[in-house]
Each structure stands twice: as C-alpha cells, then as structure tokens.
Design a protein around this ligand. Structure first.
Ligand code: S3P
Length: 175
C-alpha cells in the first residue's frame, strides 16, 4: 500500500508536483484544500472569512484525518497543515511524508505569480510578502523538518522542474 503525502510552504509546488507524481505512478491524487472545499461546499477563503484561522484549522484537521485514511493515494497538504495540533506526527504514522523545501526567494517568486486566493497573503506588497515568508518559514521549519523525507526544490526551478522533481521523488521513495 502506498500513501504519499507532500508538505511544504505555500508556493513550494505541492499541488503541481503531487498531481504529476500521482499521474506518473498511476495513483489517485488528493489536494487537501480542494477536498476541504468540496466537503464543506465553500472556498478556503470563505471559511477563513467566516470562521477565522482557528475555525479553518479545526476543519483542516478533521478533513486530514479523512484523506489520510485513503489507501494508494498521493496527497498534498496546505502549507500550514503540519504546523497545527499533532498533524505532523499523525501524518508520519500514516504515510511517507515528503517536505518540499524551497528558499524564501523562490517561494516569493512563485507566490507573486498567484497569491490571489490565499487568505494569509491577501493585501501584502511584494516587500511585506518576502518578510512574511521569511518569518513564517522560520517558525514552520521545525514542523516541516519532521517529515521522514526531504527534497530541496529550489535548485529545480527551471523548465524541466516537474520532470526532474518527479524522478528525484521516485528515487527517494523507492518507487
Ligand atoms: C495555508 C496554505 C494554503 C491553505 C490556506 C492556509 C497556510 O494552502 O491551506 O490558505 O497556512 O500556509 P497552499 O499551501 O496549498 O497554498
């Protein structure tokens, strides 16, 4: 049975890489944010607006416990998922967890291209954004680092990125 979970900061490519890996190894793919949105019939941004971050984290934990029971799947989490409650320990007990690690500068570049629907980043100028990423990444790193596997994706920031990342992941996970 394969259960692969990708974690990492916003903009590290969890969803893109997860989807591509799942396709490559022939498993279904679940994105936790999408799963939450379809189960709750609400956008993540709407849940944040109505119930605050605390409400979102509670829902996120409950939904995590649903998807992380599925067998033979690839799952990508939200950037904050491993950093609340006992989520990272739970995940390590359930799955092969991979941290997609990237430098703040790389994350910043990716997020500037598409930060529109991320409630935590809303309204930030590019300067505020890089500062926020640096500070939050430092706080989150101890949680991310608990993943059994780690893959640095900063250096794979070119046009062949996805292909190379998938090959490295397969090597790492012995797939
Ligand atoms: C969050 C990341 C988002 C989403 C929510 C909160 C975070 O997911 O779960 O906006 O706290 O880092 P992505 O990492 O897929 O953007």
């Amino acid at each position: 049975m394969q259960r692969i979970v990708l974690i990492g900061y916003m903009g590290s490519g969890k969803t893109t890489v997860g989807k591509a890996l799942a396709k490559d190894i022939g498993l279904p793919f679940y994105d936790l944010d999408w799963y939450i949105e379809s189960r709750m019939r609400k956008k993540v941004s709407q849940i944040f607006a109505e119930q605050g971050e605390e409400g979102f984290r509670r829902i996120e934990r409950n939904m995590l416990h649903e998807v992380a029971e599925f067998e033979d799947v690839v799952i990508s989490c939200g950037g904050g998922t491993p950093c609340f409650f006992d989520n990272i320990d739970y995940l390590n007990g359930q799955a092969q967890v991979v941290y997609l690690k990237a430098d703040p500068e790389v994350l910043h570049r990716h997020l500037l291209m598409g930060k529109g629907d991320r409630p935590l980043l809303k309204g930030k100028t590019p300067e505020e954004l890089i500062q926020f990423i640096r500070e939050q990444l430092e706080k989150r790193e101890p949680f991310y680092s608990k993943a059994r596997y780690q893959l640095d994706v900063s250096l794979m920031d070119n046009f062949d990125k996805i292909k190379i990342t998938i090959e490295k992941l397969k090597e790492l996970l012995n797939l």
